[in-house]
Unconditional design. Sequence first.
Lengths: 190, 342
Amino acid sequence: MTFSDREIFEKIKNGDDAAFSQLFDETYPSLCFFVNKYLSDMDKSRSLVQEFFVDLWINHSKINVPHTPKSYLFNSVKNKTIDFLRKEKRIGTVGEPDENLESTPFRDLVEEAELNNRINQSIQELPEKCREIFVLCRFEGLKYAEIAQKLDISIKTVEMQMGIALKKLRKNLSDYQMFNLLVFVFSKKN
Amino acid sequence: MNELSHNLDVDGLSAKFLSGNMSLEEQKEFKNWLNTSEENKKAFLKNKKVWEQTQLQLVSEKIAEDKINVLRKLHSHQTRILSRSRRQLLIYKLAAVVAIPLTFAISWYFLNTGSVQQPQLAQTICEVTAPKGHVAKCILPDGTEVWVNTGSSLTYDAGSFNGNLREVELTGEAYFEVAKNVEKPFTVKTEMANILVTGTSFNVKAYSGSDVFETILAEGGIDMEVNNTSSKQKISLVPGERAVYSEESNKIAIDKVEPEFFTSWRNGELLFKDATLNDLIVELERIYDIDFHLTDKKLGEFRFRGMFSYNNNLIEALEKVKRTAQIDYRIENKEVWLTKKE
């Protein structure tokens, strides 16, 4: 992760489209997860972050290379999100912003988004069969027996593969991230 | 615990528990089992947190889609800016075609003075060129429609064109839909060979610097004759045929092709059917005016099929290659380096 890389912004300022492409690859998912904390709507979050990138490139020659690129990025999309919510509120399509969110420090939200990204990446990197089973179970809510039937495998295989998936996801997180994970979930409960 | 676990470790059991696939009985048994080992308890706690954090996923395909979407928006923004300046150019060109007395000076401006001889007074040479990455379409005074491919140029003498001679000169590639007129044959002249027709649709590829002349007939009939040979070779083609003349061998080869694969460029599309990366590179270099380098020569042999659009920007095209061929790219100045993806 080169979030803290000022050089990449220098290059973008000079019109280097490869640098722009790299910045997108490295930061897009995290930014989406971050915005989603405010919107709770992944599709809307995605299009908002896309807009941010379009604006960034259109105005690339005018950007001030930020001292802390990471907070610049997250702050920019946060402002965009707040603007968006304000407009929506006027039209009345969304309710009050999540109170919990207001009280959570910005830095924690950023770290949580990066954590979401890390776990998401780990899911994408699971072995194909393993990922398929995990996705069916976690995201489509199928029971083990249903998965076994659908994929024409034994329930035992499903059980094993789910175990492998969870182990890999857990192991892919560094101790620091794991620590954060425990802290966040804890603080949210209070 | 034996009955419950049947070879499942703490992760397998955690998953089964967290996903709600354990019966009440099993759940109870599992909780008791966890209490017997501090290590397993810790692992389960972590698994539980990870599980809670996997509420939604953003799949790689969606991310790639979104990126293309951003690039497309940027491209249309860029085109909007460019089209403003290009529209002005077009006005000049139209003037060159239509208003003959006025255009002498202007067409001089478009004239490639190096390659064309000093025009005599009554001559009004018009030139149609396509800017890099774009296809130009023009209608000649007789109603013939011509699509000029990127980096190519078509010249004709508007003075004599209105008279008896329907004659154009081409460097590069163009597609012709010639207006029918049996009395006035239409001639396309290139450095290596000429095409003679009365009314038909065909493609001509004659880039300077290439020692190959290629024509493909879509409809009607054409005659092709080779220049600069002692024995003037002349052949006739039927629709769906391609004639390739190579200067080196001084021979014309004819084969059957599907014309749409060779004429799709005029809609700003490049269709490839079982092409190699080397073929694609030649086209991309021409469209974007850049140089490609392969870190491994074997990469060039990679075969694929698909469609590339002139409306894509370079990065979109490269992303496409990256996705289908496992080939990574790096851009430096006006050079692109292709490497095998690890």
